[in-house]
Design a protein around this ligand. Structure first.
Ligand SMILES: O=C(O)CCC(=O)C(=O)O
Ligand SMILES: [Fe+2]
Length: 344
């Protein structure tokens, strides 16, 4: 796949939108008018162009928001499949089936219910734990992890329940050149066995682990994969940090102690640099579409009443690191952070 040129809106520039964060972060875009409906993009005469441009936009901006959407779950699944297909992913990558998602008469197993009442979104959650423990990237324990995810929330508390995203491109670019070089070429173990063991939800419901899970390579019950620590994004060509607090347990080339310290540093790097984050306050039927190859996200558990919606996660390609790929800042001609410009 060839890196797309930087014109992230493409045919979507016909619609009103604004950047959620300023120039320097270039992270998050909101289509601010509910006259922009994803359901119409799916059936427009130039639908393939619009959806391909949407995939490009999400890959550049990390996360894109749409207000008060009428899209139903079948259309949400169609959008989830077409985003990655039009962006050029392997034909064997379909919608992800979560290891513990259930098939109900209303919803197929390729839809995850995101609910404050339990299920995958509340696995391992403890109110007394540090809120920043929740930072993660979806399903990186799969050999073929996700490209895009689409979340629509239909039930919300009166206040609270925001979601935060952080940029993997900026996380890479904010590191010193020496630290970047150290991380490039390293690999890390991602482990999702928490969904299999020790989890109240899986134990209580005697869940069988679903397999295969949307790709012939995502099979079995181990729920582990090894991926590059720095990953090249196939759509933008940019380098992104690809370890996350939720699933990454070990940098394979380091000793246990070295790995623990380096990962702890990188997890803090993501959760404490709020200049590379965006925070979204939901209203009923809003939609967020994010790219799991170049972002991290976390929910905010600061509310009591019911909060619920549906998520579709699609699968991309096997993650790779191309030593010839570029940093986003370098590619876009953005200045390096000031602290780096004085470093030797
Ligand atoms: O509930 C949220 O705000 C986000 C949940 C989540 O991590 C997801 O949908 O992937
Ligand atoms: Fe998530």
């Amino acid at each position: 796949m060839v890196a797309a040129p930087f014109s992230p809106l493409g045919s979507l520039s016909a619609f009103e939108s604004y950047d959620e964060t300023p120039h320097i972060g270039r992270f998050g875009t909101r289509f601010s008018n509910k006259s922009v409906q994803l359901s119409r993009l799916l059936t427009a005469p130039n639908s393939d162009e619009l959806i391909k441009d949407l995939a490009t936009l999400v890959s550049h901006r990390g996360v894109v928001f749409f207000i008060d959407q009428d899209i139903d779950i079948e259309q949400q699944k169609e959008l989830g499949a077409r985003l990655g297909e039009l962006a050029g992913k392997p034909a064997t990558s379909k919608l992800h089936i979560h290891p513990i998602s259930e098939q109900t008469p209303e919803l197929t197993a390729d839809v995850s219910v995101i609910s404050s009442e339990g299920g995958i979104a509340r696995n391992g959650y403890s109110r007394s734990a540090r809120a920043s423990n929740g930072w993660h990237t979806d399903i990186t324990f799969e050999p073929i992890p996700s490209d895009y995810a689409i979340l629509k929330l239909h039930t919300l508390p009166a206040v609270g329940g925001d979601t935060l995203w952080a940029s993997g491109y900026e996380a890479y670019d904010k590191l010193s050149p020496a630290y970047q070089r150290f991380l490039e070429g390293l690999t890390a173990l991602h482990d999702g066995s928490g969904f299999r063991e020790g989890i109240k939800y899986a134990k209580e419901t005697n869940k069988v682990i679903n397999s295969p899970r949307g790709s012939p390579q995502n099979t079995g019950t181990r729920l582990q994969a090894v991926h590059p620590v720095i990953r090249t994004h196939p759509v933008t060509g940019f380098k992104s940090l690809f370890v996350n607090r939720g699933f990454t347990t070990r940098i394979t080339e380091l000793t246990d102690d070295e790995s623990d310290d380096v990962l702890a540093y990188l997890f803090r790097h993501v959760s404490e640099n709020h200049d590379m984050q965006v925070r979204f306050h939901w209203s009923k039927n809003d939609i967020a579409i994010w790219d799991n190859r170049c972002t991290f996200h976390t929910a905010t558990n600061d509310y009591e009443s019911l909060r619920q919606g549906n998520r579709v996660v699609s699968l991309g390609e096997k993650p790779y690191f191309d030593p010839g790929s570029v940093s986003r800042r370098r590619a876009l001609g953005l200045d390096s952070p000031n602290t780096l410009s004085t470093m030797k």
